[in-house]
Ligand binder design. Structure first.
Ligand code: OSB
Ligand code: MG
Length: 376
């Protein structure tokens, strides 16, 4: 597969409603899309950074910089046997997994289209539909949160995740659990607590939660092992797991019982599959996390979620929960029983709405392979 051209486009998309986590409020997304043309076929990827370095260390602008100044010049014109070769080529670039994933995933899409098979199949996925949950931002009151949960449950979602932060936690979870005693319920703290809060965090044990996601520091696996030994609720790691080695360390240390896999956070489909395989070997269930993606990132998440270790409902939900109009067609829809049917067309299996992308675009940059002219 010859990488003939790479195009970066930054688009702006406004979420239907602000999304509040322990690290801040997001409404206006700045999303970098990657289009790779390989052997005449166009593949798409999304860089899943948020705008500020408050989830991990990457941002929309760091990804633009790393792809522009290092990744695109390195890859354009290269002839790669397949997408699995990309991590090796990019190994000299430390970190910046989300930037790398945007590119690698676009190459996977192009390759699957060339082979005429769905990306899910090429990754080794088997599921024809995937189970969906929702991630709900922090609300002003427990009552407002209960109403929102009710609405999502009536749309069919199989698991509800509540964002929490100190001061907006136990009362909110208690109200939801009281109203819905039997649902699959989890919480996500995005690193808002420390080990000094162990007694406080133990109080979540009373709610029979499926998991508590990333309660402690974003890069501290060891503290999570100490916490997991002291609470009953299963810890799920998100931010801490940036590669398969981290997943292995976390499992060996007893730092978590569940792992959330995000394509961007671990650096693309190859790395995600490695994390998945480590977890599966140790019978640790995984699920697909979300980063408020546009349809392109969402479509990659759907393909990845078809792997057999994805045993729990993910944060992959309908386009309409986020956007007035998504950039893929058809938009991602959720069935009344809370699943997404995996598309069967080659590659990502959705078509990309180029006109809409053009309208949402605020900057773009292109690299083309030098055309070989005949021998002198
Ligand atoms: O921690 O899972 C997270 C959004 C932005 C940054 C981090 C997270 C999230 C979400 C949203 O939970 C999941 C989604 O609906 O895309
Ligand atoms: Mg999370």
């Amino acid at each position: 597969m010859k990488i003939e051209s790479i195009t970066l486009r930054e688009i702006r998309m406004r979420l239907k409603a602000p999304f509040e986590t322990s690290f801040g409020v997001t409404q206006d997304r700045r999303i970098v899309l990657v289009e790779v043309i390989a052997d005449g076929v166009s593949g798409w990827g999304e860089v899943t950074t948020i705008e500020a370095p408050s989830y991990n260390s990457e941002t929309t602008d760091t990804a633009w910089h790393i792809i522009s100044d290092f990744i695109a010049p390195l890859l354009v014109g290269k002839d790669l046997p397949n997408g699995t070769d990309v991590p090796q080529l990019l190994a000299a670039i430390r970190g910046h997994q989300m930037a790398k994933a945007g590119i690698e995933n676009a190459i996977w899409d192009a390759e699957a289209q060339q082979k005429g098979i769905p990306l899910a199949t090429m990754l080794g996925g088997t599921a024809a539909e995937i189970a969906c949950g929702v991630s709900l931002g922090i609300r002003e009151s427990p009552l407002a949160l209960v109403k929102k949960v009710e609405e999502e449950l009536s749309s069919g979602y199989q698991r509800i995740k509540l964002k929490i932060k100190p001061g907006k936690d136990l009362d909110f979870v208690a109200a939801v659990r009281k109203q819905f005693p039997a649902i699959l319920l989890s919480v996500d703290a995005n690193s808002a607590y420390s080990l000094l809060d162990t007694d406080h965090l133990r109080r979540f044990d009373q709610f029979a939660l499926l998991m508590i996601e990333q309660p402690l520091e974003w890069d501290d696996i060891y503290s999570h092992a100490q916490l997991q030994a002291r609470i009953r609720t299963a810890i799920c790691l998100d931010e801490c797991i940036q590669n398969a080695g981290h997943a292995n360390a976390a499992i060996q240390l007893g730092a978590c019982r569940i792992i959330n896999i995000k394509l961007g956070r671990v650096g693309g489909h190859s790395a995600a599959r490695n994390v998945h395989d480590v977890c599966r070997k140790h019978s640790v269930p995984v699920w697909c996390g979300g980063m408020l993606e546009s349809g392109i990132g969402r479509a990659h998440n759907i393909a990845m979620s078809t792997l057999p270790g994805f045993a729990l409902p993910g944060d992959v939900s309908a386009s309409q929960r986020y956007w007035d109009q998504d950039i893929i067609e058809p938009e991602v829809e959720v069935t009344p029983h809370g699943t997404i049917r995996v598309p069967t067309a080659p590659g990502l299996g959705y078509s990309v709405n180029r006109d809409l992308i053009d309208r949402l675009k605020v900057r773009s940059r292109n690299w083309k392979a030098e055309i070989q002219v005949g021998a002198e």
